[in-house]
Design a protein around this ligand. Sequence first.
Ligand code: ADE
Length: 497
Amino acid sequence: MRLDVVTIFPGYLDALDLSLVGKARRDGLLDLRVHDLRGWATDRHRTVDDTPFGGGAGMVMRPDVWGVALDDVLGLSADPSGAPDAPDAPGTPDARGADAPGAPDAGAAAHRRVLLVPTPSGDRFTQAMAEDLAAADQVVIACGRYEGIDARVAEHYRAEPGIEVHEISLGDYVLNGGEVAALVVVEAVARLLPGVIGNPESLVEESHGAAGLLEYPVYTKPPVWSGLEVPDVLASGHHGRVARWRRDQALARTAERRPDMLAALDPGALDRADLKVLAAHGWFVPAPRAPGTPVAPTRVRVRRATGADVAALAALAAATFPLACPPHMAPADVQAFIDTRLSERHFAAYVADDARYLVLVAEAAGELVGYTLLVLPREPGEPPYAPDVADAVGARPAAELSKCYVLPAYQGTGVAGVLLEATLDTARTLDVAGERLAVVWLGTNQGNRRAQRSYSRHGFTVVGTRRFRVGDSLEQDLVMARALHVADPTAQHDGGR
Ligand code: ADE
């Protein structure tokens, strides 16, 4: 591959004689040429810039000087050998490897030629771009200085058949010129060329590689340094566990540092253990809306509901409540329950009265996908709800977890668990007339084993039963409860039985 860097500071690129890139040049794997732009300037002072049209600070690099330089280097000149003869000019190979522009191999029709213009206003340079450039035949990097290169240069070469032009940025900061970006591009591209890296395996698990994750942390000897130990698993010799640990670390790091990358992951490539790590960081993979259309991992945030959520909450409640009702329940009864307990008017009242209700919502991409409704007693000693529940739930003050629902697409993803834990965490901070809340209890339909299993995973135990009316249907519920403030959550709520 041929790489040309055009700059007014050729010495800046001396570092490309070192290390792997230097070796790749010496081994003939990379034909890297550095050119001094001033060699194409025509005046006595070898001027390459001028004042900006429209006024403003600084100088702008002249398109005419860049034009002849790039025509030469890209092999577009009528007479590529007619390079100017100036000290340190292209055409006079120097110790840094600067070389004659416009070598004939650059112009051949089948060749893929790319002109890169580093600029803070370009597209972000990525590993994917580096991989794409590694497949080109010639990459020319035009290093601007001052306020940049006259905009017509990129426009002109974009219109040139057979030349791709990319304006690229290293990141959201301003450098003094494109030379550092040229170093970055050469380093990123050269290491991808066949033969440059001794062990191509080391390219496989890198950050920004095919897995779409940041790389896991790496360690070497000594096993203890500065009081810090290498994680045991890495010395276990158990390849499966090492691989799992590394994958967990990569997922966790990516979630913490580059959450934007998670949204681009292929959900089909995630296993159960991956999903668990992602869920711990607030990322979930919802079920596809239609078969064969996987949905990318989605960030789900849990927060208190506000007045602005009322309509969405009522819609969510109307969508989710029927799904948790046993099949024998008449639709009219289900609807009557929604109308009398879960309408917009009701949610407006719940959200407005935070001494009596706690409403938390789970939100994904601006949409409510789950909610909980906790009902607090008015006074510490108020017995819960009905005599059968009061018998079962001994300790006071006791709040009822009246609702905990998520949309079907998020069922089984862990969102309900996150909502429930957030509700319990908030409940631990609440008090009733100065006495801290002691217990959360709930009623769940006897037939709903999945819900019961899930609640027991969150520390709830069955403490009794209750009868529960939905419209004209009188249901038998299990009552489950858990204490909020003890290590053993089952220890405190059986006093009343
Ligand atoms: N030139 C000046 N700032 C730059 C940046 N952030 N990226 C690439 N080239 C630049």
